[in-house]
Design a protein around this ligand. Structure first.
Ligand code: CMC
Length: 431
């Protein structure tokens, strides 16, 4: 028997179907609510709103669980590579050996950029933020690679790999050009992550030394960021994509959404916060007091999450990665020390305990990236490269879901009631 929820409104009883997911989570299907009652639901920030059925990522915020296509994040971080995880997210299955080789060959074939795209970089002001550049470049890909046909699966599979391959080249190129350095092209003998590090840091005078542990750390960093169900940027991709715009434009919208400091920009904001504490000599007590003060806009960046009400499982893995990477680069980082003390203090403070505020993935990821030599303004770009397979799989799922419609929420109007236009001569002068 189908489970229903009963709603009593204006003295009338209404039955609404209950939808149950494979992990037992439940939703009240309110699609007929407005038609039957004239009411809509009100949920700013969508904290209680399911916008789709999705078979990609499962999260349990209370228990700190994260799985891609059923596989626990801890197992993927330990055994998988970023390319394999991207394949898993997009196709739903782990690749066999031949599929993985074919994917690597395609990623290599697609790794260079149209030479004319370089002109874009050269004309950006030197201080332009790389996220703004990346978002514009991904949107521009539609013009440079226009041949895609959204309804031909084979072509779309190539488009997904083209995006995954080129985003890494675009990111590294943005860095080199803004530094005034020669562009390093991708090499066919290097894997996805090693290639990125080489494109970023190789130099004619000091060849980049490839450290397997750093390559592994980058794989893990990107695996941890690869998807996170219906977060702000993924929702942006789905909402923009629901108008049936091409995939490049939908992904470009996702990159813009990710840029914000409350979302992907938090990894950069964490480092800025730690640097400020270090520079200004603030004590940990002072920081925690500022974060708790409701009149002070200061928040402890890298703490809190809309869904996780316990330790973010990605943060646990990132914390371990942090120790490995720091031992490799053999540099003591005073910011790490501040981060550790902040974490300890916040985890035992009643304000943070009562509000379920735990470290999220960004708390440690900034330190890992910094130790790898990635400049702070590239941190959110690193997040974007990692999140791309998730955006692609969510866009693909949305595109082929017969239940999906163009996104068009409603509102509760709270403005002026109808009034007549007032001619200029009759208006009150400004004070
Ligand atoms: N420091 C101090 N207080 C906080 C913090 C924080 N980092 N986060 C939330 N709070 C307080 C907030 O002031 C509010 O207090 P009150 O109930 O007294 O009004 C309460 O906790 C609930 O916060 P909220 O803003 O209503 O929660 P939200 O679910 O809307 O926001 C968040 C989630 C991640 C935007 C927020 O926790 C935050 O701003 N954190 C810092 C930024 C950050 O680290 N973002 C990265 C998120 S993880 C990466 C990703 O997946 O995007």
């Amino acid at each position: 028997m189908t489970e229903v929820a009963k709603l009593i409104l204006d003295g009338k009883e209404l039955e609404l179907p209950v939808i149950t997911g494979t992990e037992g989570e439940k939703a009240i299907d309110i699609r007929s609510l407005r038609q039957q009652t004239g009411h809509i639901t009100f949920d700013p920030g969508f904290g209680n709103t399911g916008t789709c059925r999705s078979a990609i990522t499962y999260m349990d915020g209370e228990q700190g669980i994260l799985r891609y296509r059923g596989y626990p994040i801890e197992q993927l971080a330990e055994h998988s590579t970023f390319v394999e995880t991207a394949f898993l997210l997009i196709t739903g299955q782990l690749p066999n050996r031949d599929e993985l080789i074919r994917t690597s060959v395609d990623l290599n074939d697609f790794s260079t950029l149209h030479e004319n795209m370089k002109a874009f970089y050269q004309n950006y002001p030197p201080k332009a933020h790389p996220m703004g550049i990346l978002s514009a470049m991904v949107n521009a890909m539609r013009s440079f690679y226009p041949e895609l046909q959204d309804d031909v699966e084979e072509e779309m599979n190539k488009t997904y790999l083209r995006l995954i391959s080129k985003i890494r080249t675009m990111a590294a190129m943005a860095y080199r050009i803004t530094k005034g350095e020669r562009v390093v092209y991708p090499r066919p003998d290097l894997c996805y992550c090693a290639n990125f590090l080489n494109m970023m840091f190789d130099s004619a005078v000091v060849p980049y030394y490839m450290d397997d542990d750093l390559v592994r750390a980058l794989n893990v960093f990107w695996i941890l960021h690869a998807d996170h169900e219906q977060n702000c940027s993924t929702t942006a991709v789905r909402v923009v994509g629901s108008g049936k715009v091409n995939i490049y434009s939908a992904i470009s919208a996702g990159i813009s959404a990710l840029w914000g400091p409350l979302h992907g920009g938090a990894n950069q904001a964490v480092i800025s916060m730690l640097e400020r504490i270090h520079r200004d000599g603030l004590t940990i007590d002072e920081c925690v007091a500022k974060a708790k003060d409701r009149k002070d806009p200061f928040r402890l960046m890298g703490f809190g999450h809309r869904v996780y009400k316990t330790y973010d499982p990605r943060a646990k893995i990132m914390k371990k990665m942090c120790d490995i990477v720091l031992s490799k680069v053999s540099q003591a980082d005073p910011l790490l020390d501040i981060a550790r003390r902040l974490e300890e203090m916040a985890l035992s403070d009643p304000y943070f305990i009562e509000k379920d505020l735990y470290p999220n993935v960004d708390f440690y990821s900034g330190i890992v990236l910094r130790a790898m030599g990635i400049p702070t303004n590239m941190f959110t770009v690193m997040f974007a490269i990692g999140r791309l397979p998730g955006w692609i799989s969510q866009w693909k799922e949305d595109w082929s879901d017969p239940e999906m419609k163009i996104s068009r929420p409603r509102q509760i109007y709270s403005g002026a009631l109808v009034r007549d236009y007032v001619p200029m001569s009759e208006r009150e002068p400004a004070n």
